[in-house]
Structure formats: C-alpha cells, structure tokens
Design a protein around this ligand. Structure first.
Ligand SMILES: Cc1cc2nc3c(=O)[nH]c(=O)nc-3n(C[C@H](O)[C@H](O)[C@H](O)COP(=O)(O)O)c2cc1C
Length: 344
C-alpha cells in the first residue's frame, strides 16, 4: 500500500508535510537544493528584516547627503555588518536563484515590528517569484506606555498592510506572548492571514560574567519545545475556519514529533534545528519514520490522520487546560532517593 503524504498549505499542494523553515540552509541555493533532494516539500527563506530595509534606505539618504541622524542611536545596536547596501536586492536575487533551482514552492519571509515603507518589499518578493510570504512578527513588549491592545493593534495594522500589498498567500509567524492568544489568532486571520506559523522562537540573551557583556546565545531547539505549538494547534484547529493553514515550528526533530503535530491539526511541520544538527539528508529519515508509523497503523494518507487529536470535542478548552495542569502536578511521584533522604 502506498501512503499518500500530500498536504495543502496556504493553498499550495505539497508532496509531504515536511517543510524547511528559515535558516542558513534555506539561504544558500546549493543547500536549498540539497534540502529539496532529501524531500523538503517547500522552503521558507530566511527573513529580510524591516531594519535592514530601513538601514539600507538611510545609508542611501546619507550618501545623497539628505539623511538625518534621527535613528543614530538605534543603528548602534545593529550587528556589525559593514554595509547593508544592497541587502534587499541581494535577497530578491537569492530568491530568484533558489526559485530557478528547485521545483517546490518557495516562501519568502519578512520580519517586522512596525508598519512602514518596507512593506513594498512584500510586493517585490511576490514579483521575484515567491509562491507565498511569511511575515514574522518579532518584538519584545518592553515599552511601558504600550498596552496589550496597542501592541496587537499595531501588529494587525502591519498584517493588513502586507496583505494589501500582495496577492500571493500570506502566513504570519507569531510568538506565543500574547495575553489572549486564541482571540488574537482569530483577528490575525480576519486581518488577512491565510495561515499561522506557531511559534517563533525567542533567543534569550545571556550574560558573560567575566566581561559583563550581554552575549547572544543561539541554542537549537529540543523535541520538548514542540509542546507549546502542539497545545495551541490543538486548541486553534477547531476554532479557525478549515481553510486556514497551521504550521508547527519549534521542536520537530524526528518522525514522532511530526506525527504529533499532524495529529493535533498541523497542515505542515517545519524543521530548522534538526536540519542544522544532522544536515539536509535528515528530512529523508524523518519522512521514512512517518511512513513507517502510518503503514504500521494502516493509515492511507496524512489527511486521514490530521487533526484526529485536536480539541474539537472539548467544550471548554480553558477548563480542559486547567484540569490537565492539575493532573500533571498531581502525577509527580518522588524518586525513591529523594524520599529516603527526606526521611533520614
Ligand atoms: C540559525 C537560525 C536562523 C534562523 N533564521 C530565521 C529567520 O531568518 N526567520 C525566521 O522566521 N526564523 C528564523 N529562524 C527560526 C527557525 O525558522 C525556526 O522557526 C526555529 O528555529 C524553531 O524551529 P526548530 O525547532 O525546528 O529549530 C532561525 C533559526 C536558526 C536556528
């Protein structure tokens, strides 16, 4: 029996649910081609950042002697890249080269936090051949004068502006740090998102105790990180219209992780850390693991499996989550060593 692995994501027909999420591997045309050879059903390019576009424009302004020092302090925080000149053009060029190289859908990515003129890049990405766009909303709500309502309104404005700029499908990659996530997810869809990518991983900085410097530490995910997207995809799947796509990102390392994400209702499962750790060929292994699991249980397709463990039967997801929480805490059994130490 041949198991049908195909899936639909953002209206695109994919040969399997395994998508390579943004990383240095999807930046370079050679490694992008290797990912596709190993079975990646779609690629998401690394993000072009709002700041890179603004910085590029500012440098251009300066070179025309019409610039201002308005952003001088903000620019000091930027990574030590000697010049942003041409960053946008280079991005579009890479997108075209990758598109010409692979036969799977290529999704471009924009990372932004505020509305602005950078939105025109969404259109340029579409014109350069992107099959869809992923908008990554990344910000830390550190301004005490901004309320949650203000922050959400700004995000929805950004989504609306990008939606208005393009005709290709739009996915929005979100962080889990919204105070009322289910309501916000629905409004993201109402603002024009065709799909949600859950969740953005925040890279928390560390301190170096010798230099007292803040150090950026990029740590790859672990399968445990899948629990958060899994919970929210299970909750959101029955709440959102069936045509809205859901992608799981964070913690998909092997076939078992991908199957769990599909069971709760993900349309695709995305991978970065596992591919950086094991190389592009790892996609083949994950696909074989999914196939073996499905065949053993006599599933005919991924579609048959998808969503069979979501919360559609749960009347009150909040009460269900509280009950689970209590049960989890009560399930703790002290290890024997801890018990005997406590007695002695
Ligand atoms: C080195 C590296 C670069 C990344 N670059 C981007 C990026 O440009 N845009 C983006 O949306 N996510 C980026 N990510 C996040 C990944 O796409 C992914 O969402 C995250 O790592 C969680 O998935 P994982 O558990 O499979 O790693 C990056 C991750 C890593 C490790």
């Amino acid at each position: 029996m041949t198991v049908d692995l195909s899936t639909r994501y953002l209206g695109l027909e994919l040969r399997s649910p395994l998508v390579a999420s943004p990383s240095p591997l999807t930046r370079d045309p050679d490694s992008a081609a290797r990912l596709v050879e190993a079975g990646a059903a779609a690629l998401v390019l690394p993000s072009l950042f709002e700041e890179e576009i603004l910085h590029e424009e500012l440098e251009l302004d300066r070179s025309l002697e019409a610039g201002s020092d308005q952003f001088a302090e903000a620019l000091d925080y930027f990574p030590a890249i000697t010049s942003y000149a041409g960053t946008g053009d280079q991005y579009l060029d890479r997108l075209r080269r990758i598109k010409a190289r692979v036969a799977v859908p290529v999704i471009a990515s924009l990372n932004a936090g505020t509305p602005g003129g950078w939105v025109r890049y969404a259109r340029l990405m579409q014109d350069a051949g992107a099959d869809a766009l992923e908008l990554n909303l990344y910000h830390v709500a550190a301004d005490p004068s901004m309320t949650a309502i203000d922050m959400e309104a700004r995000d929805l404005e950004v989504i609306g502006a990008v939606r208005a700029a393009i005709e290709i499908p739009l996915a929005v990659k979100l962080s889990p740090y919204y105070s009322a996530f289910a309501g916000f997810a629905r409004r993201v869809v109402d603002a024009g998102a065709d799909g949600l990518v859950l969740f953005n991983r925040f890279y928390q900085p560390d301190l170096d105790l010798d230099s007292l410097d803040v150090v950026a530490r990029l740590e790859l995910s672990r399968p445990w990180d899948l629990r958060l997207p899994m919970r929210w995809i299970a909750i959101l799947r029955p709440q959102l219209p069936p045509g809205v796509s859901l992608a799981a990102t964070s913690g998909v390392h092997g076939g078992a992780d991908a199957i769990k994400a599909l069971l709760v209702g993900a349309d695709v499962t995305m991978m970065t850390s596992a591919l950086l750790r094991h190389g592009p060929a790892h996609i083949r292994t994950v696909e074989a693991e999914i196939l073996a699991w499905l065949e053993e249980r006599e599933y005919e397709s991924v579609a048959q499996l998808r969503g069979s463990a979501n919360q559609a039967m749960v009347e009150d997801p909040s009460a269900y989550e509280r009950a689970n929480y209590m049960e989890t805490l009560h399930s703790w059994a002290s290890p024997p060593a801890a018990t005997s130490t406590a007695r002695s």
